[in-house]
Design a protein around this ligand. Structure first.
Ligand SMILES: NC(=O)c1ccc[n+]([C@@H]2O[C@H](COP(=O)([O-])OP(=O)(O)OC[C@H]3O[C@@H](n4cnc5c(N)ncnc54)[C@H](OP(=O)(O)O)[C@@H]3O)[C@@H](O)[C@H]2O)c1
Length: 334
């Protein structure tokens, strides 16, 4: 009896010691953005405006960037409601971030003159146009790459060298769960988001030693004006495949992204499904923490079978839709 008590006490002490080491040594402390200049692209709508709200609530000076001035003004009015101090600067700039690099650099430099050096760049502007590969127009594919890839590239290209020189800074790149595996109807959109994933992985590795942290946000379906627009071009198959995951609130997505960015986590996902897809689809992604990596090592083998099952399921949806379409064609031709 005494022996088993010894074991229980020893185990308790081991757990306590590990908890203390985790909480006081390994657990990352969130950086503060109080009084720092944060730029949020796509800050007039959806996840972007929620990110900007979070930043203003945390006391940051915030510049939001988008194209439509009316929506930008409305967003600034919203941000004013959560202002923490009278001297907090909240402003907008109307800019096509996917346009000319020189113009993007000029506008960002001008915001730095008025508000101060950019401490955090939250790249959130983006769009989705869906469709079977050959049905998406060449013009739309260029538009997708311009906004999603070149938009984030242009802004990051301007701020990253300055952050490296200052030996501090935070960059968020907003990609998508669609950058984890190819999904029917997401071809060019997914390609633009895969490109962002590759860019984020590279600059994270290049910037860590210079004191700059990079976070790759991988949102799942989120209830935003952008998502509403995306639904219009989504093939039936894509709707069924991606619809199973439900719809997140943009506020929740934004909170998680900012929290991960301030803690310096590379990956930002919300929910068990996104975690599973990200882990399976990004086997070499740099997740932080020994215990996280140990967990992945233990579960990734068996979960590969879940991935196999998912693909089987998605293919059955595509087959069923094709059969229905063929049956519909036959009725029409009679
Ligand atoms: N919602 C989802 O389900 C979901 C899922 C995965 C990933 N994401 C990604 O998350 C990000 C935010 O999505 P959201 O759904 O919140 O989008 P949203 O509601 O459509 O907002 C997009 C924002 O980007 C701005 N924008 C678009 N093109 C721009 C350009 N060329 N230059 C400057 N600003 C531009 C828009 O303003 P203007 O049009 O006025 O410029 C708007 O402020 C996007 O990168 C999206 O791809 C979203």
């Amino acid at each position: 009896m005494e022996f088993s008590w010894d074991i229980i006490v020893s185990l308790g002490l081991v757990v306590l010691a590990h908890s203390i080491v985790y909480v006081f040594v390994m657990k990352k402390r969130a950086k503060s953005i109080d009084g720092r200049h944060v730029v949020v692209t796509g800050g007039s709508s959806g996840i972007g405006v929620c990110l900007a709200m979070e930043c203003v609530t945390k006391g940051a000076h915030v510049t939001i960037i988008a194209r439509d001035e009316k929506r930008l003004k409305a967003a600034v009015d919203q941000l004013e409601l959560v202002r923490q101090r009278a001297d907090q600067k909240i402003q907008y700039r109307s800019l096509d971030i996917g346009g000319d690099y020189e113009e993007v650099a000029r506008v960002l430099a001008e915001t730095e003159e008025t508000v101060g050096p950019i401490y955090a760049l939250l790249n959130c502007a983006g769009m989705a146009i869906c469709g079977v590969f050959e049905e998406v127009s060449v013009r739309d594919v260029h538009k997708l790459m311009n906004v999603n890839f070149f938009g984030s590239y242009n802004c990051t290209r301007h701020v990253l060298p300055k952050m490296k020189r200052a030996r501090e800074g935070i960059i968020v790149i907003t990609s998508s769960q669609a950058a984890m595996f190819g999904i029917y109807g997401y071809g060019p959109y997914a390609a633009s988001k895969y490109a962002l994933r590759a860019m984020a992985e590279t600059i994270a590795m290049e910037s860590r030693e210079h004191g700059v942290s990079v976070t790759l946000a991988l949102p799942c379906d989120t209830n935003t004006p952008g998502f509403e627009e995306e639904e219009k071009s989504k093939p039936r198959e894509t709707k069924i495949i991606s619809g199973g995951g439900g719809l997140l609130k943009p506020e929740d997505m934004a909170k998680a992204i900012l929290q991960d960015a301030l803690k310096g986590n590379f990956i930002s996902t919300v929910g068990a499904e996104s975690w599973l897809i990200t882990m399976l689809g990004g086997g070499l992604l740099p997740w932080d923490g020994f215990f996280t990596n140990l967990l992945h090592a233990l579960v990734i083998g068996p979960l590969r079978l879940v991935g196999y099952g998912l693909h089987k399921y998605f293919n059955s949806i595509i087959r069923k839709c094709a059969k229905e379409d063929r049956a519909g064609d036959k009725v029409e031709s009679k």
